[in-house]
Ligand binder design. Sequence first.
Ligand SMILES: O=C(O)CCC(=O)C(=O)O
Length: 381
Amino acid sequence: MIASESYTVETFNPDTVAEVCRRNGVCLIKGFFDANEMQRIQDGLVETDQRFGSMRPDPLSCPSLNWLLVHPRICDVAKMLLGDDLVYYTNGSINYEAEIGPLTNTPYTALHSDAAGNPQNVHGNAERNTEEPFPAYRFAIYMQDYTNSSGGVRVAPGSHLWTTDYDTSAQDEFSSIRIPPPSNPDAKPEEFIDIVPTRPGDLVIWNIALIHGAGAKRLKNNPKHCLHPREEAALTRDDPTQFLPAPGPRNAVFFDYGAVCEQVDLYIKFYTQTTKEKRLIPFGLGRSDDPATESLITGSGAQLREDGLIVSLSVQIEKLKNGGDAETIRSLVKRHREYSTHHALFDRTVFEALDLSSWKQAVGYAQQHIIRQITAGARAQ
Ligand SMILES: O=C(O)CCC(=O)C(=O)O
């Protein structure tokens, strides 16, 4: 069994947090936010819900929550982990429901690693090694007490550095990665996983390559024991009374910081080219026309990747297939900025040359190329 103490830091210190993150791929920082900050987050969640409903926007789109992204201690840790050249790429989300509902009752429990993309194939596995963690981290704030209740995040500490042990061929609905790892085939899955015992006020940081899953249930008669989601699902079917209840709605804030480098660039490309429409829309929310949001991030010394625009574009193009609006696509393509030359959605110079003579042909060109990239992603998933 994994002891959560091995990845817990009781008193904030950026060096210690960075050390724990590098070693375990996950760090639970106790009491990171004070009561005033927690109240501000709670009020921000309610305001965001009124503004965006169930769209789950990235926090940068949320005027009452975007201060979290530039919280001085968060920036300190991010820089300690990733160096001074940070990128914020708007792959976060706000999870909020006023009462227990789908977010709480149907979390994505499957064990998965989010890292993806390599120079040969943006939809393939991320390159990994046993020494250097993937250069991006997720920051998570949970609003409920999950020390003795169901709903916390399940993690496999150390799995961010698994390479040959990382077997994606063993995929099913409960896990996209084999646990136990092939090097230790007779071990019990529970020996590798733990439910993070967060309380309101805590901050959890995990590496993007860490194996994890949402909404783990705790057993009444053995709350510290972490089940594999497969066993948990079987027990939920057979005898759900064995689990502790959720303490309330599973409300949380998630956001990422990465280093400015090719691995992260490929990861950003991967998710913008593969994420399903219902998650794509929030990426584009509220930012594209608002310089204040850009300066919030750049003012703290990080680069902002506005791939949300790419995402809006992809959504519109999908719509056009079903009779959408070509003018909207044209204006989005014109505003679209490719942030790197890797796996570009389309060639801007070709588009611009065509647009001079026939904008419809230009839109057709962009549409064809973007759809090709996105469907390659869908096939690879
Ligand atoms: O909802 C959670 O607790 C975890 C979210 C998650 O699985 C992810 O960020 O990839």
